[in-house]
Design a protein around this ligand. Structure first.
Ligand SMILES: *[C@@H]1O[C@H](CO)[C@@H](O)[C@H](O)[C@H]1NC(C)=O
Ligand SMILES: *[C@@H]1O[C@H](CO)[C@@H](O)[C@H](O)[C@H]1NC(C)=O
Length: 201
């Protein structure tokens, strides 16, 4: 009983997130606006390990990205941070919900901790992006790569924490899905950062 009501709860949260993330301007205003060029985003994303999630997460920012590798890279970090923050909020919510075993709550709390580290590291990397104008491009770039790699490591720690624990299969799968999504977005951002860095050698 507990497992199934929890599953329903998770599913309604998932649906809510999907609805929120798909909120778009009305059809009319979309038709009037010129179609942004998405080829640049598609080509850039083809250099990442998860090109589909890369493309879908950047598509709605096509207007501001245009064909700028710098804006593309900064946007990839920003959407990753936003996703990490909303996943954090979701996990906080889940960890306070009924129907979880103490062991599951423990794993969720461990995960929340590393996720908040990862949010911090992504924030730092975004702040560094703002310093890229100077002459020490490579130094700043190295810092950014270090922050984002650390974020990725933290996210992996979270998925590992859920392995091997006696956990309800559904909860485990849902949690994994969310963390993997963040980890894939982070990995993509890192690939785009590396690509952007290589343009400046
Ligand atoms: C990313 O977020 C930072 C901090 O909120 C902001 O200053 C910057 O303009 C954003 N960059 C893009 C490309 O949206
Ligand atoms: C969790 O999310 C649900 C649905 O969005 C909301 O009604 C509830 O108040 C939240 N609970 C906590 C503890 O944030």
């Amino acid at each position: 009983m507990e497992g199934s009501s929890f599953k329903i709860f998770v599913n309604s949260l998932l649906i809510l997130l999907v609805i929120l993330s798909n909120t778009k301007p009305s059809l009319a205003s979309r038709d009037l606006a010129p179609k942004p060029n998405t080829d640049f985003i598609r080509t850039s994303c083809s250099a990442t390990i998860y090109p589909r999630i890369c493309f879908s997460s950047l598509l709605r920012h096509a207007d501001s990205i245009q064909t700028s590798p710098k804006v593309l890279t900064a946007t990839a970090l920003n959407v990753t941070l936003a996703a990490a923050k909303s996943t954090s909020a979701l996990f906080l919510n889940l960890s306070q919900s009924h129907g979880l075993k103490p062991r599951e709550i423990g794993a969720m709390k461990d995960c929340l901790e590393v996720l908040s580290d990862s949010v911090y590291e992504l924030r730092e990397s975004i702040a560094e992006m703002g310093k890229l104008k100077g002459s020490d491009f490579q130094v700043v770039m190295n810092d950014i790569e270090t922050w984002v790699s650390a974020a990725l490591t933290d996210e992996d720690t979270c998925t590992d924490g859920f392995e091997g624990k006696a956990m309800n299969g559904n909860v485990k799968n849902d949690v994994r899905k969310f963390i993997l999504n963040i980890a894939h977005m982070t990995s993509n951002a890192l690939a785009l950062i590396n690509k952007y860095a290589s343009l400046h050698v």
